[in-house]
Design a protein around this ligand. Structure first.
Ligand SMILES: NC(=O)c1ccc[n+]([C@@H]2O[C@H](COP(=O)([O-])OP(=O)(O)OC[C@H]3O[C@@H](n4cnc5c(N)ncnc54)[C@H](OP(=O)(O)O)[C@@H]3O)[C@@H](O)[C@H]2O)c1
Length: 329
């Protein structure tokens, strides 16, 4: 069967649309010494990809029209000319949104633990889980008994952060888009409460909360509404600001002065810059998953032809938990 790839069709003028992506035939080419041929099982759809789609680099990479989309994937080696990777090995790494691709074996991580559900390597037992754990425990240094507010509460990182904080003996207030997501945060994720950021009374409901920690995934109007609800000397783990990735959508802040007036400690961080703590994070996440304290929802679309619309859907807040594209075996 012919191989296919998803390319960026054009630079989006406004909001990203499914038509900004195109599925095209591709030739995977021969393997050089040290290369492997990989068939992705799951491709990760992440908010930061939108920054690259708009042409701004993230870790030196931005997409030009015509270029293949590239993100994290978990897949199987189908052919190998690499000394320590064999056919059938489960691998994790960056890859194009492509049915099969050739890559240097040295760029991939062989997954020693063969999970029944390999998609977990892209969510709770992967970079998203580690990002949440680091923000909570190393950046905000949350303590038992403290109150946490977390935005993007039913998204990948937000949902994991809230569950980790509950496990640590904290009170958790989630923020999510819509009553269904909020009910999910309370009933399935075990958060103490969850506020809908589309509710006209949203900002009012946050006042007087006096939370010690805010885990930020969103920015914009959500950040503005949270600031009055933070305690003096509160800590903000600044993980993501997805509301700002489309720079055409500007937000005028009203409450930034509270950062100074309450002496709030804002700490931005990147998961890649805390590699020394990844093993500890993974061990704690794995313990939480096996104890049944921490889970992650997955919104899975099938086939490369669904990737563009699934990505747009995730950015519009229509997915729950980790958004992935599953490719046929
Ligand atoms: N610091 C790091 O090293 C690092 C690493 C990975 C990811 N990140 C960042 O962490 C954040 C969360 O990532 P994730 O993978 O867990 O994404 P995600 O939460 O699974 O998906 C994004 C969610 O953000 C919410 N959202 C989008 N636009 C919004 C807006 N304008 N206002 C309010 N909410 C909006 C939507 O949820 P609702 O429907 O609930 O609004 C959407 O489902 C992102 O900002 C990402 O870029 C940072």
């Amino acid at each position: 069967m012919a191989d296919t790839v998803v390319r960026l069709a054009r630079r989006p003028a406004g909001a990203i649309m499914p038509e900004d992506f195109v599925l095209a035939p591709v030739d995977v080419g021969p393997l050089a010494e040290g290369d492997v041929l990989v068939r992705p099982a799951f491709i990760s759809l992440d908010p930061y990809l939108s920054i690259q789609v708009y042409g701004r680099p993230v870790r030196g990479v931005a997409f030009a029209p015509g270029q293949a989309m590239l993100s994290r994937m978990v897949g199987r080696v189908v052919e190998s000319r690499h000394a320590s990777l064999r056919e059938g090995d489960l691998v994790l790494g960056m890859g194009p949104w492509q049915s099969r691709f050739v890559v240097a074996g040295s760029a991939l991580e062989r997954l020693e633990i063969q999970l029944d559900r390999p998609e977990l390597h892209l969510s709770v037992l992967g970079s998203s889980g580690i990002t949440g754990w680091l923000g909570l425990h190393r950046i905000a240094r949350i303590q038992p008994g403290e109150t946490l507010i977390v935005s993007g509460a039913t998204g990948t990182i937000g949902s994991i952060v809230g569950q980790l904080a509950k496990r640590h003996g904290c009170r958790v207030i989630g923020i999510a888009g819509g009553p269904q997501k909020c009910a999910h945060a309370r009933e399935k994720l075990g958060f103490d409460t969850c506020l809908d950021h589309r509710d006209p009374a949203f900002a009012e409901r946050l006042r007087g909360t006096e939370a010690q920690v805010y885990f930020e995934n969103v920015g914009g109007a959500v950040l503005d509404a949270v600031l009055p609800g933070l305690a003096e000397h509160a800590r903000i783990a600044l993980c993501g600001m997805v509301a700002h990735y489309d720079t055409a959508r500007e937000h005028r802040f009203h409450n930034l002065h509270l950062l100074l007036e309450k002496a709030i400690d804002v700490k931005p961080y990147r998961v890649s810059e805390h590699a020394g703590h990844h093993a500890a994070a993974m061990a704690d996440l794995a313990a939480g998953v096996s104890a049944g304290d921490v889970m992650c929802d997955h919104t899975i679309s099938r086939g490369l032809d669904s990737a563009g619309s699934a990505f747009v859907s995730m950015l519009a807040g229509k997915s729950l938990g980790k958004s992935l594209v599953k490719l046929d075996e």
